[in-house]
Design a binder for this molecule. Structure first.
Ligand SMILES: Cc1ncc(COP(=O)(O)O)c(C=O)c1O
Length: 424
């Protein structure tokens, strides 16, 4: 196989930039030994380019050309504690040296430690651990359907909302009410229905039509453009779900784990779900997802109903407990809130200066600059100038730095953003 792969690379086109690892002297990185151009060997599921990233420290990340970037994307809201956080590195080595994998046929200590923390710090009494956000939502939908079909065979319908994003596997994808993700991959499973986000009347009309097992909603949408659910909308969903024994699922994969200045975003709305899904920052950068639920949901699940070989990996869970210990601290959360307000204020000041900005939105350190036009060019300009930000929805630029970001970092990032907007 290796010989074949090496041969294929000989056919590379001259226009494709070669990967260069050797230029990063400071980082003492090993060279990429295969003479390949990434465009030729990856399935093109992402539009990406530029030199690969080779190391990170705190809020900064460095590419193989040695260029430094302020990482205000945080690996799509994963690196809550920044890069190379000492507590995580220590735990990585310690747990890696003890045991890396056991499967879920047995308990392992880091899983128990993490699950206990998740229960202690939430509404939930039971936890299921998996590897990612999409898997957490997949499991949540299955659990809700198990609960529903235990009441009536037709109680399997799932309601979700426009501009939400729940993942890429068929269940999570079917709950993602964005037609662009469904093109060419149908047929999707039956029983998924959509209503406009924040529209109580439409949600009620749809809910009244079928026998629903689940309502799944991001209380603060990330990928869809940093859109907050109104408190009234969440309250309506809560009340309707309770009256009809529907499992209310909050997808806090992006907005949870302290990102908005409270451990869970739903605390700010004062509305509690039956199931909550988590992932992204949970594993400190390693793949880890979780479903948190109430006893009534867990009681519908028996051994064999669901499972995962890797889910709740001991190393990922050991990092997860460290992340939880840090982000659940009230002082830490207050700082996230204060720095989030500071970032929003700085961006709002720019909105007064640049007509290209429509408005600034978001909570804590999940902040969006909604632009009047497609912001892709501004995102690219920021990257050229050493700032990583991420597009969300059609026209929003997302700022979601590590939660450890300082005001100095924020000032620097906003200056770069301003310079990027100045070039049009
Ligand atoms: C709110 C939300 N749910 C689910 C997912 C899917 O998570 P993953 O990419 O880990 O499968 C994402 C990813 O962006 C997300 O933002």
């Amino acid at each position: 196989m290796k010989a074949k792969a090496a041969k294929v690379t000989k056919t590379k086109t001259a226009s494709v930039k070669k990967v260069k690892a050797a230029t990063v002297k400071k980082a003492k990185m090993p060279k990429i030994t295969m003479d390949v151009s990434p465009e030729e060997i990856f399935v093109p599921t992402y539009k990406r380019g530029g030199a690969p990233f080779v190391r990170g420290k705190g809020i900064y990340i460095y590419d193989s050309d040695g260029k430094e970037y302020l990482d205000f994307g945080a690996g799509i809201a994963v690196n809550a504690l920044g890069h190379a956080h000492p507590a995580l590195l220590k735990e990585l080595g310690a747990q890696g040296g003890r045991i890396i994998h056991t499967s879920n046929l047995y308990y392992n200590e880091p899983q128990i430690e993490l699950a206990a923390r998740l229960v202690k710090h939430s509404f939930a009494t039971k936890v299921f651990l998996c590897n990612s956000g999409t898997e957490a939502n997949e499991a949540a939908i299955k659990f809700a359907r198990k609960r529903g079909t235990g009441v009536s065979s037709q109680k399997f319908h799932v309601l979700s909302f426009s501009d939400g994003f729940h993942g890429r596997t068929y269940g999570a994808l079917s709950a993602t009410a964005q037609p662009k993700f469904h093109v060419g991959v149908g047929p999707l499973p039956d029983g998924f229905h959509y209503a406009p986000f924040n529209d109580i009347q439409c949600a009620k009309a749809t809910l009244d039509k079928y026998d629903f097992a689940a309502i799944i909603v991001e209380p603060l949408q990330g990928e869809g453009g940093v859109n907050a659910a109104s408190v009234e909308f969440l309250r309506f969903l809560r009340e309707y779900a309770a009256e009809h024994t529907i499992s209310l699922i909050f997808d806090e994969i992006q907005c949870g784990m302290g990102r908005t200045g409270t451990l869970w975003y739903h605390e700010q709305a004062g509305v509690t779900p039956d199931i909550m899904t988590l992932a992204k920052p949970l594993g400190g950068g390693l793949p880890l997802g979780a479903v948190l639920c109430i006893d009534d949901v867990a009681a519908c699940i028996s051994p064999g109903d669901h499972g995962t070989t890797f889910g709740g990996n001991p190393v990922a869970c050991a990092l997860g407990s460290k992340v939880m210990d840090i982000v659940s601290d009230k002082k830490f959360l207050d700082k996230v809130q204060a720095n989030g307000d500071y970032l929003k204020g700085k961006l709002a000041a720019l909105a007064g200066k640049f007509r290209s900005i429509d408005n600034i939105r978001g909570t804590g350190l999940l902040v969006g600059a909604r632009m009047k036009d497609d912001p892709s060019k501004s995102v690219d300009e920021c990257r050229k100038r050493g700032l990583l930000v991420i597009k969300a929805g059609m026209n929003t630029i997302r700022f979601m730095p590590p939660l450890t970001v300082s005001r100095k970092d924020i000032d620097k990032a906003v200056k770069i953003f301003e310079a990027a907007l100045s070039v049009g």
